[in-house]
Design a protein around this ligand. Structure first.
Ligand code: SF4
Length: 473
């Protein structure tokens, strides 16, 4: 039976509830009165339930969809301004014992090169990432209890945080690793991870079992209840996501929101981020073999509906998507993007040899970080390298309450400008710097109060003189 508070996967991601939700959405997708009321409710910026949001997702009345897109754009502006947080993935190991049918790291793939970074290789990768300008990483690895142990991860995190190269430092390492125990989550928290990310892949249990035929990941309940264990272990920033294309997108959307509602109900804090990957071609994976691919229009609608349903949850898009798609969804709700990414194990320090490729998926946006930063600024976005919330302990419900009240803007906007300025000084190409300096000059006038504006201006000046104090709000 559906129970948002229950700790059992089958209760909080209840199949019957999702089917009823989809039927309700179908019945009401042309119900203009209800749709108007839901759009009005979403305008209060307190979110929508999975049932309400599913009606809007199903709605195919062009003018109502236009309103939904406009509202998503407005909510994005209200909560995130024009800032976009930058990050890069760092693949630690592609050893994996699971049989996921959509991922080239599956155990039966015998021709993909298997690698696990040594601590020395991590050093080289991290220095290469720091030399690009990255401050925030998402660590990635397959599931392999022999190769990818918790001890290995803890060592990696320690190594990553210890590397200070020129003005570079990784200040937030998020981690995307297999579902594990409360004790292990506690160890990750103590090691100083930022967000714990785990994609559900699909919320549809029957499909899940077929798509994960072998390995520990086959256990749907253990996987689905991972975020509960992570929170029990003290990790208060968790990142959800599904792999769109595996099952019907409306089912996944309802499941995703039910998962968010469950975390909020059970722990008082919803997900920190939601990622929206789509299935992509990779080594021995052909996305055409999966029937549920979604086109760019549906993808944009999904992003907009997630944005208005969970306004205070960050949204992430990776280089799985090309420049055009990323551009389209940025203003609809995306708040974090990767740039200059490699999806292989190693590859930042030096390109992988042709005969030893280890990528998890083909990258669609192959531009360098500097090109991505410049492109964002040309569209009037502020690329942000800020990690201050994490460093100041503004995580979990502390972060959420600041976010819900809108006060987080008072920190984020100035911090984005100062961290962008540092990037421009340390890493940017001359033309990128010139564009960025003009943007900062304009944006500093939008810092809300005079006292804060003066502080920011003073710090920008110190950064320009290379006399920085690492000041953040
Ligand atoms: S999705 Fe993760 S668990 Fe599955 S094969 Fe790929 S790396 Fe392994």
């Amino acid at each position: 039976m559906y129970d948002v508070n229950s700790r059992h996967a089958e209760d909080f991601i209840n199949h019957e509830e999702i089917l009823e939700t989809l039927a309700y959405a179908d019945e009401n997708k042309d119900n203009v009165g209800l749709i108007d009321a839901l759009i009005e409710k979403a305008k209060l910026r307190k979110g929508l339930s999975h049932r309400e949001a599913s009606v809007l997702l199903a709605c195919d009345i062009a003018e109502k969809n236009e309103e939904i897109f406009k509202l998503a754009e407005q909510i994005k502006k209200d909560f995130y301004g024009n800032r976009i947080v930058m990050f890069a993935p760092l693949y630690l190991s592609n050893y994996c014992v699971n049989g996921c049918t959509y991922c080239p790291y599956h155990a039966k793939n015998k021709h993909i090169a298997r690698k696990q970074l040594t601590q020395e290789e991590i050093r080289r990768e991290v220095i290469a990432l720091q030399d690009m300008g990255h401050k925030r990483l998402a660590l990635e690895a397959g599931e392999d209890p022999v190769h990818n142990t918790m001890e290995y991860y803890l060592k990696c995190i320690d190594t990553i945080y210890s590397i200070k190269h020129k003005n570079g430092a990784i200040r937030r390492a998020n981690i995307n690793i297999a579902a594990t125990t409360v004790d292990n989550y506690r160890l990750l928290k103590e090691a100083g991870i930022g967000t714990y990310i785990l994609f559900q892949e699909t919320y549809h249990k029957e499909s899940y079992l077929q798509l994960h035929p072998t390995g520990p990941k086959h256990d749907y309940d253990y996987h689905t209840e991972a975020m509960d264990r992570a929170m029990e272990g003290g990790i208060d920033d968790v990142g959800l996501g599904v792999l769109f294309g595996l099952d019907k997108y409306r089912y996944e959307f309802a499941g995703l929101l039910m998962h968010a509602e469950h975390l909020e109900a059970a722990f008082g804090v919803g997900p920190h981020t939601i990622s929206v990957p789509r299935l992509k071609r990779a080594d021995d994976i052909d996305p055409d073999q999966f029937d549920n691919g979604i086109d760019d229009d549906i993808f944009a609608k999904l992003v907009a509906c997630i944005r208005i349903s969970v306004p205070y949850t960050g949204m992430i898009i990776s280089t799985r998507e090309n420049q055009k798609t990323r551009e389209r969804v940025l203003h609809l709700g995306i708040s974090q993007i990767s740039g200059g990414s490699r999806t292989s194990v190693g590859g930042y320090y030096e390109p992988e040899p042709e005969d030893a490729k280890s990528e998890q998926f083909d990258i669609s946006d192959t531009r360098s970080l500097d090109e991505v930063v410049r492109w964002l600024m040309e569209m009037d976005y502020i690329p942000s390298f800020c990690t201050a919330c994490y460093r100041e302990g503004r995580t979990g419900d502390r972060f959420m309450s600041l976010c819900k009240s809108g006060q987080i803007q008072n920190c984020c906007h100035p911090n984005a400008l100062m961290t962008l300025k540092e990037y421009l000084m340390d890493y940017a190409a001359p033309e990128t710097k010139a564009i960025g300096d003009r943007l900062i000059e304009k944006e500093v006038l939008n810092v809300p109060n005079e006292k804060a504006r003066k502080i920011v201006m003073e710090n920008l000046r110190l950064i320009e003189e290379d006399n920085r104090r690492d000041f953040r709000f």
